[in-house]
Write a protein that binds this ligand. Sequence first.
Ligand code: HEC
Ligand code: HEC
Length: 383
Amino acid sequence: MKIKHIVIICLTLFGCKQKKTAILADDNDVYIPLPKVIHPKDNPSSPEKIRLGKLLFYDPILSGNKDVSCATCHHPKFAYAENIDLSMGSNAVGLGMHRTFLKNNTIPFVKRNAHTVINAAYNGINTKGKFNPNNAPMFWDNRVKSLEEQALKPIQALEEMRGNILEESVILDTVVNRLQQNREYQKLFASAFPKQPNINKTNLAKAIACFERTLVTPNSRFDRYLQGDENAISQSEKDGFALFKKAKCHLCHSGPMFSDYKIHTLGMRDNKKLKISDDGFKKTYGFRTPTLRNLRHTGPYMHNGELKTLLEVLEFYEDISTGISQNPLVANEQMDSLAVQINLKVKDMSSIISFFNTLNSDNFDKEIPSKVPSGLPVGGNIQ
Ligand code: HEC
Ligand code: HEC
């Protein structure tokens, strides 16, 4: 049924092309290589803007207590994610799993696992490779709609960058004011925004987003395979890809990012570090399908980092395919109808995990600035 469907779509798309196109398209199903990044019309890229955005990304001047930067939780050492289940922002010290709160702490954990920023430029991409950077879903519950809009949120959040000294209503003005006072930022903003050389929150967000759009990995071995290089992935990895589809993982992990960017309720258990249960998108316990690119670097897994290894993730899927929720606050009837279609055999798990290797890439910007314009520690209190 499904195969027929795809063949029909292919025949309509490619019209007169012969059977071979249809078979190839069927073989690769809903997968095409990552396309080129698209920039919003009102935020075109330039080397000056990327340079400014990168310095801002590493500069704790953006946080209330000048102790946290974006790189604190999105560090290149961990592929711009974090190797810890829940993030600690304000009033903490250290990097990744070595990060701890300082004494007498009243700041809570961030309630979710930090995404990687790598490839977030493609968020919302569909199976045909189409996406709109002005309407790109962000966060585990898709609550924000572009990298530009996203960039100001962590600065305003108490537990991420704001801390408890400054009110939410004044934090952005305070941060912008600090940047305006800084000679080096005056020059950097002027060259990044020659037409409207204002230091304001709009340009701050634009510069960070512009830098983030350089963090992409469109050259994984899997992309090369889809582009026609048969030897880019091994036979056992090809088998793993087939088993991935046979297990019905592609019902949600579809398209060039291996995500449909939709919300699904899988009944994942809560993280015990949290005092209040995280009920996800509109209290449905639904979370967005995450990308499967660069998994090597982005564990622990799921919205709350509860699963430490990919094998644990696959065992979780084997459990929920029976339709039984793992979270006592999620009824079996609430479970996503696609999740119960999963058909996963224990013997296929290691093949599927080896297929994930083809989606890893080490080809991203790992260079950390040697200093930031504020003169504060690069990346915040991460030493
Ligand atoms: C204290 C840790 C922390 C800091 C600091 C932080 N983030 Fe995050 N980031 C997270 C967490 C946790 C999430 C997931 C939150 C959620 O989904 O509710 C996230 C999600 C994101 C996403 C969404 C990716 C996606 O695929 O949806 C982007 C983009 C991002 N952060 C960029 C930034 C930028 C830019 C900064 C600095 C202005 C920053 N972050 C500061 C922890 C942090
Ligand atoms: C019904 C849609 C759906 C299906 C089918 C599905 N997934 Fe997922 N996947 C999700 C969602 C949603 C999450 C995040 C859930 C959460 O955090 O609570 C997720 C998370 C993951 C993660 C963790 C990624 C990360 O960065 O945290 C992996 C790995 C994964 N899925 C692999 C698979 C495999 C393998 C299969 C097939 C056996 C599969 N998925 C089937 C929707 C789906």
